[in-house]
Design a protein around this ligand. Sequence first.
Ligand SMILES: [Zn+2]
Length: 335
Amino acid sequence: MNLFELTKSLMNIPSVSGDEEAVGSFLRDHLRSLGWTVELQPVSENQNNVIAYLNERPRVFLSTHIDTVPPFIGASEDDEKIYGRGACDAKGIIAAQITAAEQLRREGIEDIGLLYTVEEERTSAGAKAANEHPLAAKCEYMINGEPTDNDLAIGSKGTFRLMIKTAGKAAHSAYPEQGDSAIEKLLDILEDVRHTKFPNDEFFGETTVNIGTVEGGVALNVIPPRAEAGLAIRLTTPKEPIFEAVKNVVRDRGEIEILSCSEPVKMLAVDGFNQKVVRFTTDIPYLTNWGQPLLLGPGSILVAHTKDEFVLKQDLQEAVGLYTNLVNNLLARTA
Ligand SMILES: [Zn+2]
């Protein structure tokens, strides 16, 4: 199967997070047919990471995730592009990595492996499970794939997700003095969040805050007894100073519940590649046992997760060359 056929075949197997079993089985069968040793690592009842290698000492792994965001959109194409869910995030990347790995094999290189995780788009549960796999200890460099426009990402921002919850006292809306509005408290807090200057970092850039969800109240004629807002903060510093700043904003007006946090990560810089810092988060913070991380992939994060997701065929082809160069470069370092 050539690069574009493999991309489309992977895309045409629906694998929204939680439903990755079929695409995992496809990859296992495909890689076995090429002569790879393949393990399925169970993550949940119907979710398996795919781990493949050629010999007993794979020192460089190519890796990305096999789940997608919803909804499933089947593959279509024209001369220039492949369209549909997973085109760039991340099935085109899987196809480019396998094509690169096969090319390396033809050059006689076998110290390589492939790691494909489930659940990256939700909880990174696949990466967390993979981090406990014994092969991790043998891996010296892990090249993760996410759409970076084929640039080498040398840093990625972290993500700090939290809820701010306020409580009040319900009352008849005609007698507001009898109640205490949780929504008005929340609005005051959110207004202060919007005017807070969070610490930035010279390398990683600006810390940004998205107030992504707001919920609360029971009816138009009831003083709302509860309200909450969900925030995603793109971290450019460690969590602690940001968390302190949020606590100083909220004070005793509400409660903070932390949902998840991944700190910003610095990755390996390699001469001869375009380098940049990306704003999105990957599985890399959860794959700490897999050697030194690198991040590169074809396609643009700006079309990932949209209904217009696509990847340029030329970018896919270019990625094959970039991955083979990168692997050769890294193996030369450790040889
Ligand atoms: Zn992705």
